[in-house]
Design a protein around this ligand. Structure first.
Ligand SMILES: Cc1cc2nc3c(=O)[nH]c(=O)nc-3n(C[C@H](O)[C@H](O)[C@H](O)COP(=O)(O)OP(=O)(O)OC[C@H]3O[C@@H](n4cnc5c(N)ncnc54)[C@H](O)[C@@H]3O)c2cc1C
Length: 369
């Protein structure tokens, strides 16, 4: 059995950013990531203004990675369309590229990144954690950062709602449709959910949607069945998908909570990113929680502040935006919700920018970033 000062489990944006924050301050840190290679993840791939600023502070320039610029948001429901300018400069970049760049940066900063190593279970005894990995390795550490995203770990009691499913696929659109969505993120409200469409790098379009679990279960698997369902649910989205070809099969899927989630018990460890909190995807700001909470956790660990103190501060910063995004998601989930929202948005388009501002995460810049 080996010992380490701090172990981070999970090499998504939250884990990688936390590793950067600790390694930049000269701390010994080991990061365990279960996958061996970069991979695609279910995500709208919208990089908000604060996410971009947090990445800049870590030395990652999304434009240099090929990100597309996003200036406007366009909402569609049945025959109605409402457009508004975003109140911040945003981008979109595939998670395949973004996550790989963050892990590379963590290594450059001095973190020991161990890929292909999955945590199986955790036990706490006294001030130490013992981690058992899938390959039989056992490691002990004093500080443990849990950054496993949507996935829980054996040995920790946690329950989350999983009544929605997030789906994602990259598409090559017909050229007229590719031009039409350039510079914007389009959101299409469909019964019980919504779909987001935007260009990422190299003219590829990312289609990401959230649907009720029961709806997804009733669909045959594969792009053809999903496409048919979406064309029927939103003729406007159907226009965009005319002549589109998928870049892989079948679409990726992950379960997600309907109205947000915020962890309430520290249990002696530092939860970051989705493991700490889930903001409904409509807000397009999960990455900002991942990066902001990671920096906050790294700062608390460096100062020797407890996991409970970190959690209290993280909750204070995230509760309001998650509550607002959750309330809107609940409204959209009821039959009359999308029509009501479109009515209000068309009379007062400023409301869209107000929602975008109200759901931003107020994580301040931290010394190590
Ligand atoms: C449908 C949908 C759309 C979204 N759209 C957006 C958007 O447009 N913009 C935005 O900002 N946010 C969006 N989000 C949210 C965003 O995707 C997440 O908030 C973000 O991925 C959280 O990062 P993370 O590092 O916490 O988790 P993840 O990115 O999930 O990373 C967790 C990592 O931990 C690893 N792991 C898991 N278990 C283990 C284990 N036992 N041992 C070792 N490693 C393990 C996994 O392999 C993974 O690499 C969306 C979410 C959904 C569901």
């Amino acid at each position: 059995m080996s010992d380490a000062e701090t172990i981070i489990v999970g090499g998504g944006p939250a884990g990688a950013a936390c590793a950067c924050g600790l390694a930049m301050a000269g701390r010994e840190v080991i990061l365990l990531e279960r996958t061996r290679e970069p991979h695609h993840k279910v995500c709208g791939e919208f990089v908000s203004g604060e996410t971009r600023a947090a990445l800049d502070r870590l030395g990652i320039d999304v434009r240099a990675l090929g990100a597309a610029e996003v200036g406007d948001v366009v909402l569609h429901f049945r025959a109605r369309t409402v457009a508004a300018a975003l109140p911040f400069r945003a981008s979109s970049l595939s998670r395949y590229r973004l996550d790989a760049a963050l892990l590379r940066r963590a290594e450059e900063c001095g973190a020991h990144v161990r890929r292909g190593l999955a945590l199986r279970s955790l036990v706490r005894s006294g001030a130490m954690w013992t981690l058992r990995c899938a390959d039989g390795t056992a490691i002990r550490c004093r500080q443990l950062v849990l950054a496993t995203g949507k996935w829980g770990v054996r040995g920790l009691a946690e329950t989350r709602d999983a009544s929605l499913v997030g789906l994602k696929i990259h598409l090559r659109l017909a050229s007229a449709q590719e031009r039409a969505i350039s510079g914007r993120v389009e959101i299409f409200f469909v019964p019980g959910g919504y779909a987001g469409l935007e260009l990422v790098e190299e003219g590829i379009a990312n289609l990401c949607l959230v649907l009720r679990r029961a709806t997804v279960k009733a669909l045959a698997s594969g792009w053809a069945a999903l496409r048919e369902h979406l064309i029927e649910a939103s003729p406007r989205l159907g226009e965009r998908l005319c002549g589109a070809s998928p870049r892989w099969e079948p679409p990726l899927a992950v379960v997600c909570p309907a109205a947000g989630h915020l962890e309430s018990e520290a249990q002696g460890l530092y939860r970051v990113g989705d493991r700490l909190a889930h903001i409904p995807p409509l807000a397009g700001d999960g990455l900002a929680i991942a990066l902001g909470s990671a920096a906050l956790a790294a700062e608390h660990i460096r100062r020797g502040a407890s996991a409970a103190a970190y959690l209290a501060e993280a909750r204070r910063l995230t509760r309001r935006p998650i509550g607002i995004a959750g309330a809107l998601s609940r409204l959209l989930a009821c039959g009359a919700g999308p029509g009501l929202l479109m009515g209000v948005a068309s009379m007062a388009p400023g409301m869209i920018a107000a929602f975008a501002k109200a759901t931003r995460l107020p994580f301040p810049a931290r010394a190590s970033q």
